[in-house]
Design a protein around this ligand. Structure first.
Ligand code: CP
Length: 351
C-alpha cells in the first residue's frame, strides 16, 4: 500500500484500509516511543506548518513528532509571513515544495475558506499536504480519536457502538465545525451509530454532511441528527460533547456568543453521564471550556479519556508524517534513504 506522497486533507480521501494502516503504524510508533527506542524515520526532512489559527496540541504533536522522527517541523505564522500580504496558495505550494518534504496547514476559522486553501496548495505542491484542521474536517484529531476508542474498547470495528457527538455551550468563542464534521465523516465508516445532538441553529455544513452520509452507508454505520442532548446521551458508549459556532454567525462574535448563551444548559455533567451506558467514556479534542461545555467532575473523572486522546495526537501525527513523507517502508521501522517525489504531481507539473 503506497502512501508516500499522498495528501491527508480529509479521512474521506483515504480508504478504510489506508486509515487502518496509519492506525497500525501509530500503535507501533507508540510502543517504540514508550520503550525509548529511536525511530528516526525521516532524517533531515522538513515539514512546513502554516498556521492561520492558534494551537497547543496539534502544533506541538507535529513539532515534537518530527523531532523524534529525525527531521524538523518549521512553524510559519500566516499573519507574520507574506501570506498576510496576499501570497497565494499556488505559490506557497510550489515554493515550499522546493525547500522541504511536506506541508501541513491549519486554516479553520472561516467557513468555506480553509479546505479550498489547502486543496489549492496541494494541487501545486510536489510534497504531501496534511490538514491540521480546516473548516470542514480535523482529520489528524479524528485519527487520534479513533485510536483512543480502539484502545479503550479493544476493537476498531465499531459496529453496534452508539457514539453521541453533542453540541455544548461555550462562552469563549465560536469554535470551528470541523471536529463534529470530522467525527461524522470517519466513525460511521467503521460501523459506529453516530448521533449528532444539537440545537436547531447549529446545523453542520450540508455538503460535508452529505458526504458523511454517503460514507456511512458504504461503511455500514449510521448517522442521525437530533435536537436533544439528553436523548443523544442515552445509552451511548462514547459521548463527545463540544461547542461549535453557527455557520451563519462566524465573523460576528457578539451575535455568535449571544446565540450560544441561549443554550447554557447544554453542559456535560454527572447527571447526563448517568444517561449514557455504564461503560461510557467522555471524549473531547481539547481545549474544553471547563464549567460550560463540561464540569470539572466529568472532565477530570474516571470516565474521561481526554488526556489519553491528547497523547494519541503525537503517535497518529508521527504515523501520518512517516507514511506520507516516505519514511515508512512497511517492513518495520526502517528509514528510507531516498526521498520519493509524487509521480502524479510531477506528471501534472510537466503538462
Ligand atoms: N485538539 C486540538 O486541535 O487542539 P489545538 O487547537 O490545541 O491544536
Amino acid at each position: 500500500m503506497a502512501l508516500t506522497g499522498k495528501d491527508f486533507i480529509s479521512t474521506g480521501d483515504w480508504t478504510k484500509e489506508e486509515l487502518g494502516r496509519a492506525l497500525d503504524v501509530a500503535r507501533e510508533l507508540k510502543a517504540t516511543f514508550k520503550a525509548g527506542r529511536p525511530h528516526r524515520l525521516l532524517p533531515d526532512k522538513t515539514l512546513f506548518m502554516i498556521f492561520f489559527d492558534l494551537s497547543t496540541r496539534t502544533r506541538n504533536a507535529f513539532e515534537a513528532g518530527m523531532t523524534q522522527l529525525g527531521g524538523h517541523a518549521h512553524f510559519i505564522d500566516a499573519n507574520t509571513s507574506q501570506i498576510a500580504h496576499g501570497e497565494t496558495p499556488h505559490d506557497m505550494g510550489i515554493i515550499l515544495s522546493t525547500y522541504g518534504h511536506g506541508i501541513a496547514i491549519r486554516h479553520d476559522k472561516v467557513p468555506g475558506e480553509g479546505n479550498p486553501y489547502m486543496r489549492a496548495v496541494a494541487k501545486h505542491a510536489e510534497v504531501p499536504v496534511i490538514n491540521l484542521q480546516c473548516d470542514e474536517d480535523h482529520p489528524t484529531q479524528q485519527m487520534a480519536d479513533l485510536m483512543t476508542i480502539e484502545e479503550v474498547f479493544g476493537s476498531r470495528n465499531l459496529k453496534g457502538m452508539r457514539i453521541c457527538v453533542s453540541w455544548a455551550y461555550a462562552p469563549s468563542y465560536a469554535k470551528p465545525m470541523s471536529v463534529p464534521q470530522g467525527l461524522a465523516l470517519l466513525l460511521p465508516r467503521f460501523g459506529a451509530d453516530v448521533v449528532i445532538a444539537r440545537p436547531p441553529e447549529y446545523r453542520l455544513m450540508p455538503r460535508v454532511m452529505e458526504r458523511a452520509r454517503r460514507l456511512a452507508a458504504e461503511g455500514g454505520g449510521r448517522l442521525t441528527e437530533i435536537d436533544d442532548m439528553d436523548e443523544g446521551f442515552r445509552g451511548a458508549q462514547v459521548v463527545y460533547p463540544k461547542s461549535w459556532g453557527a455557520e451563519h454567525l462566524f465573523g460576528n462574535d457578539r451575535e455568535a456568543l449571544a446565540l450560544n448563551a441561549k443554550y447554557r444548559s447544554w453542559i456535560c455533567d454527572t447527571r447526563r453521564m448517568k444517561l449514557a451506558a455504564k461503560n461510557a467514556i467522555y471524549m473531547h479534542c481539547l481545549p474544553a471550556d471547563r464549567g460550560n461545555e463540561v464540569t470539572d467532575e466529568v472532565v477530570d473523572g474516571p470516565q474521561s479519556v481526554v488526556f489519553h486522546e491528547a497523547e494519541n495526537r503525537l503517535h497518529t501525527a508521527k504515523a501520518l508524517m512517516a507514511l506520507t513523507m516516505g519514511g515508512y517502508t512497511g517492513n518495520g521501522l526502517r528509514p528510507r534513504t531516498k526521498a520519493t517525489l509524487r509521480p502524479r504531481v510531477r506528471a501534472r507539473r510537466r503538462r
